[in-house]
Write a new protein. Sequence first.
Length: 133
Amino acid sequence: ASAVPAGRPADLDWDWCQRGCEAARRDGFSRALFEVRLWEVRAAQQVSPLQRLSFLIGSAIEESLTAFRAAGFLHAGPVTLIGQGGIASGWCKRLQRDGLLIETIDSDQTAYCFVQGISQLVEFSQTPGSAHP
């Protein structure tokens, strides 16, 4: 955990994110994680904490994308991404690289939809004779 900055990144280094995607595809996720650790130990390589985090996120995106596709998902768009910041932008760019149409929903829209969904569930549960969804 000390190899990368704490918290969610506002931005990523897209070049390093792509390198992480390629490493996970080529060598697997575990090896990509090990590379991040080695860069921290070998400070002489001068890979910044943001570059390491971007590489790590890229490898996690690629590993997840591989699992989603093996399960039959994310072969065609459109794809809706919730959130903003570095992780969401990494997913967006990676999926766009495959030619998928992406729609993003920001945090205000996400909060509004969440409240609306909860309100509908509460209303539904208070309707006499309604079965649970």
